[in-house]
Design a protein around this ligand. Structure first.
Ligand SMILES: [Zn+2]
Ligand SMILES: [Zn+2]
Length: 101
């Protein structure tokens, strides 16, 4: 028998933008807080992941998050706008408060 919770894909219920960070409420009832700078550094897109070390952009001047099963953030990078997509599962696995110290 499988837990119905495990059968459902993880979603993002709502987000709350704080100063320089985004608070994300997951559909499993957990809430995590993600720093904007951390999110920018961990952009999973092919462009940012293409070469060696991650692109170190300055802290975002503007975050425009949207969400469904993923968090979308638009960044005002110095060299042009950039958009990141973070899947709910991906974020949940990296929730800062759930990481071992
Ligand atoms: Zn990127
Ligand atoms: Zn957590």
């Amino acid at each position: 028998m499988t837990d119905w919770r495990e059968a459902l894909p993880l979603n993002i219920e709502r987000i709350c933008i704080e100063r320089g960070a985004v608070r994300v409420a997951f559909s499993d009832g957990h809430e995590g807080r993600f720093e904007g700078k951390w999110l920018r550094d961990h952009c999973p897109c092919g462009l940012c992941r293409r070469v060696g070390p991650p692109v170190r952009a300055p802290a975002p001047s503007k975050m425009v998050p949207g969400w469904d099963a993923a968090l979308h953030v638009r960044w005002a990078d110095p060299n042009g706008p950039h958009e990141s997509r973070y899947a709910a599962e991906w974020l949940r696995a990296r929730c800062p408060c759930c990481q071992p110290a």
